[in-house]
Design a protein around this ligand. Structure first.
Ligand code: CTP
Length: 210
């Protein structure tokens, strides 16, 4: 089977020296790519900037901005059987890019931001993706409720949800504890390394794909 996986943060440039980003390390997405490859699948990993090594045998495309990731996913989703959008895409980017470094003037600076394209939300409605679609949800409260709402709104087959208010899991940590939200049920795997959770998710994707 062919897997398309996104990982890592995006960077939204403000001027030649600065950008807006987030705390994603990319570990979960890279673990998913490694696990899918280990199971013998063909894997395309599209990633924002990280410090991680690309798992052996995985095809790789590095991008920087949400817009670049959107275009790459649009192009590579065509032949994929399973898409796992794990990247922590910036939801907003600066409206204007300054060609010159912004100088400090005054005590306050107001930045105007605009929405980035919703890649996961475009998979069915814009890209016409018909394969098995997995999204991620990083929540700080009512994890299951928000995740289920995302599952329906973005027409996913599975949402992998985690509670990012906890410091022992999620962003930048070795372990993760997730809730797997399906259209008809939820599953609660035990807290484990991101590699083990990745194997579990890949198994589900392989079995449940129509
Ligand atoms: N995502 C995406 N493109 C974006 C923002 C998010 O593809 N511009 C994807 C992420 O890769 C993840 C899922 O959407 O799989 C969840 O993103 P999140 O930002 O948590 O969800 P939103 O629906 O944007 O809602 P909110 O941020 O308000 O919780």
């Amino acid at each position: 089977m062919k897997f398309l996986i996104t990982a890592g943060p995006t960077r939204e440039p403000l001027d030649p020296a600065r950008y807006i980003t987030n705390r994603s390390s990319g570990r979960m997405g890279y673990a998913l790519a490694g696990a899918a490859r280990h199971e013998g699948h063909e894997v395309m990993l599209i990633s924002g900037p990280t410090h991680l090594d690309v798992p052996p045998g995985v095809d790789f495309l590095q991008v920087e901005t949400a817009q670049q990731m959107y275009e790459a996913v649009r192009d590579y989703s065509k032949g994929a059987d399973v898409a796992i959008l794990c990247a922590a895409v910036a939801d907003y980017r600066p409206v204007a890019y300054s060609e010159q470094k912004i100088k400090k003037v005054g005590e306050r600076l107001v930045l105007e931001l605009e929405r980035t394209p919703d890649i996961l939300g475009s998979m069915r409605s814009v890209f016409g993706f018909r394969g098995y679609l997995i999204g991620f949800a990083a929540e700080t409260q009512d994890v299951e409720t928000y995740a289920r709402e995302k599952l329906v709104r973005k027409q996913c087959d599975m949402i992998v949800a985690n509670d990012v208010s906890r410091s022992d899991i999620g962003f930048d940590s070795r372990d993760n504890e997730v809730v797997l939200v399906f259209p008809d049920r939820c599953e609660y795997p035990e807290k484990d390394t991101k590699e083990h959770i990745a194997m579990h998710i890949i198994e589900h994707a392989t079995i449940l794909r129509p």
